[in-house]
Design a protein around this ligand. Structure first.
Ligand SMILES: [Zn+2]
Length: 224
């Protein structure tokens, strides 16, 4: 069986996390998310991890070459031998180039870049409508999964609140940053014939089915 080397792209609220969990379960791929990896490298105390730590402890952005080094180190781990699922990396064309060159050097390649897409207005509606109960963190949505009594948790009666990160203005800022960062990457991978678009407005089960069908087609083409 050939490797399944995947990158996940998509705006916040398009369901990337859910799909990553399902793909990890389907194929046993390690889910490699940049923030987690930097934290893990810091804790493992590798040379690059310690370097990353210095920036993180100072509250500074970890420079590109350190992030790239940590990710590439992670892709060399035993559990990533048959494939990986990258999430949150690459973020820039420079990172994408570095990743491509490193994979080439190991005679590996990307299988596909999955773009789980959803229009901004849907993303804003999905995220800004979330309400969380103060006591236990039960999650509701004002339109899609409303509580029986306004602003009260059905289970424990505690007050529901909106997380600051979920406020509409914050979501719109995140979307602006997302579009600025990601659109060049979408074009980059489209030019290389690697981009596969998935409709993130569908239910998580439908999105999952679409991704599985896409990957099955790619593997079939590969084997011909
Ligand atoms: Zn609750």
């Amino acid at each position: 069986m050939s490797e399944l080397n995947l990158i996940l792209l998509g705006p916040p609220g398009a369901g990337k996390g859910t799909q990553a969990a399902l793909l990890t379960e389907d194929f046993g791929l390690p889910h490699i998310a940049t923030g987690d990896i930097l934290r893990a490298a810091r804790e493992a105390g590798t040379e690059l991890g310690l370097l990353a730590r210095r920036y993180m402890d100072a509250g500074e952005l970890v420079p590109d070459e350190v992030v790239i080094g940590v990710i590439l180190e992670r892709l060399g781990d035993e559990d990533a031998r048959d494939g990986f699922l990258l999430d949150g990396f690459p973020r820039t064309i420079e990172q994408a180039d570095a990743l491509g060159a490193a994979l080439d050097g190991q005679e590996r390649g990307l299988t596909a870049v999955l773009l789980i897409d959803a229009p901004d207005e849907l993303v804003v509606k999905r995220i800004s409508g979330r309400r969380i109960c103060r006591k236990e963190g039960h999650v509701y949505h004002v339109d899609f999964d409303p509580p029986k009594h306004a602003d009260r948790c059905d289970i424990d009666g505690s007050e529901l609140e909106q997380r600051p990160d979920d406020a509409e203005a914050t979501v719109r800022n995140r979307l602006t940053v997302y579009h600025q960062q990601t659109e060049p990457l979408i074009a980059y991978y489209e030019q290389r014939g690697l981009l596969r678009r998935v409709d993130g407005t569908r239910s998580p089960a439908e999105v999952h089915d679409h991704i599985r069908a896409t990957l099955a087609t790619l593997r079939l083409e590969e084997s011909l």
